[in-house]
Design a protein around this ligand. Structure first.
Ligand code: NAG
Ligand code: NAG
Ligand code: NAG
Ligand code: NAG
Length: 154
């Protein structure tokens, strides 16, 4: 399903996100879903300054400039996932991963996290085309449904 290069990319992400997985059966989708549901381990002692810019369509541009006192490894791993998302034109995934980085990569159940909903509403700025593009281009069904629910509440 995935080339060796992609598997090693995922493997690196898995290591950096400290997911306790054995073998290479983890996929991009698994990692994304684990992030969405807070099934990740945050580092306690991982300081780093993250500077990252990537211009993308559909309000998926990443413009990150922050110092993480405790979670830089997770953020580093997330940048790789974000790049994979934009490479695959998964704009809904990229928009979420972008916000996840802004939240310092903390382990929350984002499907039930009001800050995420509010930030997505702000970002969409009443543009229902944008919300439906995000919903249709999410590779995760739960994330897609989150966008659809925001679309319906417009
Ligand atoms: C959490 O992630 C691990 C590693 O990928 C996985 O084995 C486990 O099934 C996940 N738990 C849930 C509740 O999804
Ligand atoms: C809504 O978003 C779409 C996709 O980015 C864009 O083409 C369109 O111009 C936007 N509409 C408004 C009113 O900003
Ligand atoms: C990136 O964010 C910084 C800080 O918010 C802002 O000053 C800068 O203009 C942004 N860059 C772009 C290209 O939007
Ligand atoms: C994050 O990635 C950058 C660039 O690859 C690297 O210089 C830095 O050491 C990494 N930081 C952490 C905490 O992994």
């Amino acid at each position: 399903m995935f080339s060796a290069g992609i598997l090693s990319l995922f493997f690196l992400v898995v290591v950096e996100l400290s997911l306790s997985v054995s073998g290479l059966e983890i996929s991009y989708g698994d990692v994304l879903h684990n992030i969405l549901t807070g099934n990740i381990t945050n580092y306690k002692d991982s300081f780093g300054v993250i500077e990252y810019y990537s211009e993308q369509p559909f309000s998926a541009t990443a413009n990150i400039s922050m110092a993480s006192i405790d979670n830089a490894k997770v953020l580093n791993g997330t940048i790789q996932l974000y790049e994979w998302a934009t490479f695959g034109q998964k704009w809904g995934d990229a928009v979420f991963l972008n916000l996840f980085m802004k939240y310092n990569g903390q382990a929350y159940n984002y499907l039930e996290f009001d800050d995420l909903k509010n930030d997505l509403i702000k970002l969409a700025d009443g543009n229902s085309t944008l919300l439906s593009i995000w919903a249709q281009s999410s590779s995760d069904e739960d994330l897609s449904n989150l966008y659809y629910s925001l679309l319906q509440s417009e």
